[in-house]
Design a protein around this ligand. Structure first.
Ligand code: ZN
Ligand code: ZN
Length: 222
C-alpha cells in the first residue's frame, strides 16, 4: 500500500498507521508514540513524506492506542476522534497506565465523535467507511477503504488470531459476530492492517483463522 505507512510503538508493540492523502495532508490512526525517540521518528517520517497530520482517528481507546494522542494534538492541532460508545475505555486509559506503572500524558480534548455505522470519512480523495466492531472493546470501530481495499482494523482480527476479550467491555461472542458480519462480508483481497503484528488478508483469515473462520469451525464458533 503506497499511501499507508506503519510504525510499531510503545511497550505493547502497537501499530500506528499514517495515511498519506496525496495532497500534503495525512491521517494518523491509533497514535501510540510514547517516547521522545518514537515521536521524533514519526515527525521525521511526516517531513520526509511532506505531509502534515490533519486528522486523528481511533479504532478504540485502549492505553496502547492513545498514548500519543496528547502529543499529536499539541504538535498538529487535531484532537482524536473516537466512537462515543468507547468513552469508558478512554477514561480508563490513564488509570490503566498507572496500574502498569507507565508514564502517560494527560488525555487531550477529543475531536468530533465518530459517526454511526456506515458513515464515511474523507482522507483527501479516499473515503473510509466506519463499521462498528465491538467485542474487544465496547465501542471499537474499523475503517474500511473500498477504493484501495484495505481495513484499519485495530484489535479485532490479527494474522491467525483475534483481539483479547478478557478486558472490561470484552465479549467473545460479540467479537466473533463482529468479525463475521463486519469483516468477513468483505472480499478476500481486502488487506487488514491490525493494531498488533503485520497485515493479513480477509481471504487468509476466512480460510484459516483458528478462532473465527468462514467454515464456522473456529474456537469461538463452536
Ligand atoms: Zn485494544
Ligand atoms: Zn492494542
Amino acid at each position: 500500500m503506497n499511501h499507508l505507512h506503519s510504525f510499531r510503538f510503545n511497550a505493547f508493540s502497537e501499530q500506528t498507521y499514517l495515511l498519506d492523502h496525496g495532497n500534503g495532508e495525512a491521517t494518523v490512526f491509533d497514535p501510540g508514540m510514547s517516547s521522545l525517540e518514537e515521536r521524533f521518528h514519526f515527525e521525521k517520517a511526516c517531513k520526509t513524506l511532506g505531509v502534515v497530520v490533519t486528522q486523528c482517528l481511533l479504532t478504540h481507546a485502549h492505553l496502547d492506542h492513545v498514548m500519543g494522542t496528547a502529543w499529536v494534538s499539541d504538535t498538529f492541532g487535531c484532537g482524536p476522534r473516537l466512537h462515543p460508545t468507547d468513552e469508558t475505555t478512554w477514561t480508563q486509559a490513564p488509570i490503566s497506565a498507572k496500574l502498569y506503572g507507565i508514564d502517560m500524558d494527560e488525555l487531550p480534548t477529543r475531536g468530533e465523535d465518530l459517526g454511526k455505522q456506515g458513515t464515511e470519512i474523507s482522507c483527501g480523495d479516499m473515503k473510509l467507511e466506519i463499521r462498528l466492531a465491538p467485542g474487544h472493546s465496547k465501542g471499537h470501530v474499523v475503517f474500511v477503504c473500498h477504493s484501495q481495499k484495505f481495513v484499519i482494523g485495530g484489535d479485532v482480527l490479527f494474522e491467525g488470531s483475534i483481539g483479547r476479550t478478557d478486558l472490561p467491555g470484552g465479549n467473545p461472542d460479540v467479537l466473533a459476530q463482529s468479525i463475521t458480519e463486519q469483516l468477513f462480508s468483505l472480499e478476500d483481497d481486502y488487506i487488514v492492517y491490525p493494531g498488533h503484528g503485520g497485515p493479513t488478508s480477509i481471504g487468509k483469515e476466512r480460510a484459516s483463522n483458528p478462532f473465527v473462520n468462514g467454515a464456522g469451525t473456529g474456537m469461538l464458533q463452536q
